[in-house]
Write a protein that binds this ligand. Structure first.
Ligand SMILES: Cc1cc2nc3c(=O)[nH]c(=O)nc-3n(C[C@H](O)[C@H](O)[C@H](O)COP(=O)(O)OP(=O)(O)OC[C@H]3O[C@@H](n4cnc5c(N)ncnc54)[C@H](O)[C@@H]3O)c2cc1C
Length: 398
């Protein structure tokens, strides 16, 4: 049986990011095994996120925008993001970048095959792949969880962010490469939260994406119809070629994810609860989780990290936003429109990436339309109290 210090069960965004951060932090001399189904060569996704200054992956940022547009029936504006930049990294560039960083390290091994199960023991965990077994002192698992929307077990909100995108190439200049569209809510909402966004690469080429926050996926053809209609009705683009397509589903839920499911197994990435419940943005949170794990390993020798109870207030904001989106008590274009209309865009972005102070948060919350937010807060808080009470009663009965 192969023995390792760390095993990455799943070598996608989270497994590769954690490995990269381990190397950067000087832990690259450990015996590390990365396991995935197959080598990652395809450009299977693009990651967008916002940050100030230069980030860890600056050399592979494909495009960056300082200004983004927001559109809805009631409010439309070009938003100045400074000091933030909205950045895009292409999956293929990220996989190549990390591969190159790992290539010259003999202590880092890779295996390809299907992970059948992971067994947790007191002194490590064993990963079974196509009949072979690998033992790791710690196993970091990022095999994506089963995502089911609409299920109300435990009173949690379970929405899905589902989307399809096309990279289109216009025959003539059709895009302003300096101005991306973050959210365009002018499309029919059909009782859900639906928007399109446009990320121009140059004057002729852009990623155009149709996104829905709802409990159920649509028939596949409907995503294509929506993108086609948006290109025709809003971008006024009669002719184009489709260079690339992507499709994805991200969980938007306040149901807890098990980050530490065993003594020696740590869930990371989407499996470890990195998808922000109210927005679905995950990539930067994967980096933050990797940094926390690396810091814990350096200081304690174990990967267990704690999130301060005070930081957990953002979980409450997420639940309130999810509650509003889920119940439809206030239309999504108004929710996001009010936030961007009544606050400087950088403050909204810091609020959404959980880097605001309480006073700034009070300012953001005060800018919302109170009645639905108060109703949602009551609903969420009473739901939490009820869950705690039922949990306590169950414990007492055992
Ligand atoms: C198309 C798309 C676009 C996205 N865009 C953004 C974005 O713009 N911004 C953002 O913040 N987030 C975005 N996300 C969300 C999130 O950042 C990504 O899903 C990210 O890849 C999650 O990282 P992960 O490591 O948890 O999962 P993955 O990157 O999916 O990695 C999991 C790995 O596990 C492997 N695996 C699965 N099962 C097995 C098995 N049984 N055996 C062996 N290997 C297995 C898979 O092959 C995969 O490589 C997007 C997601 C998708 C799908």
């Amino acid at each position: 049986m192969g023995r390792y210090d760390y095993i990455m069960a799943g070598a996608g965004a989270a497994g590769l990011s954690l490995t990269y951060h381990l190397i950067q932090a000087g832990l690259g001399d450990r015996r590390i095994l990365l396991i995935d189904q197959s080598p990652k060569t395809a450009n299977d996704r693009t990651w967008c996120f916002w940050e100030t200054g230069d980030g860890v992956y600056e050399p592979i940022v494909f495009r960056r925008w300082r200004q983004v547009a927001f559109y809805s029936e009631h409010f439309s504006r070009a938003l100045d993001l400074d000091p933030y930049c909205y950045k895009m990294i292409r999956g293929a560039d990220f996989y190549r970048f990390v591969d190159e960083a790992l290539a010259s390290r003999p202590n880092i091994a890779r295996r390809f095959g299907t992970i059948e199960r992971i067994e947790d023991h007191a002194d490590g965990a064993t990963v079974y792949v196509n009949g072979a077994a690998y033992h790791g002192e710690w196993v970091f698992n990022s095999i994506p969880p089963q995502i089911v929307g609409g299920n109300t077990d435990g009173g949690y909100h379970r929405l899905l962010q589902h989307f399809a995108g096309w990279v289109v190439v216009a025959p003539q200049p059709a895009f302003d490469p300096a101005a991306a569209t973050l959210m365009d809510f002018r499309i029919a909402q059909q009782g859900e939260c639906r928007f399109c966004y446009v990320l121009p690469f140059d004057e002729r080429r852009a990623l155009v994406e149709f996104t829905v926050f709802s409990a159920r996926l649509l028939p596949r053809a409907e995503y294509d119809q929506q993108i086609k209609a948006y290109l025709r009705d809003f971008l006024r683009l009669p002719a184009y070629e489709i260079e690339h397509e992507e499709f994805g589903v991200i969980p938007m839920t306040d149901a807890p994810f098990e980050t530490f499911p065993g003594r020696r197994v740590v869930n990371i990435g989407t499996a470890g609860g990195c998808a922000k419940p109210s927005t679905g943005y995950t990539f930067l949170r994967i980096q933050q989780q990797a940094q926390r794990i690396v810091h814990a390993l350096q200081t304690t020798g174990r990967p267990r990290y704690c999130v301060s109870p005070f930081q957990r207030r953002f979980g409450l904001y997420d639940s309130v936003l999810l509650n509003i989106l889920d119940t439809g008590r206030y239309p999504a274009p108004r929710v996001f429109g009010d936030l961007f209309a009544r606050n400087p865009a950088p403050r909204v972005l810091s609020f959404l990436d959980e880097s605001t102070h309480v006073f700034q948060e009070l300012g953001v919350l005060a800018s919302t339309y109170y009645p639905p937010f108060i109703a949602a807060t009551l609903d969420v808080t009473l739901g939490r109290l009820w869950r705690r009470l039922v949990g306590q009663l169950r414990q007492n009965m055992h």
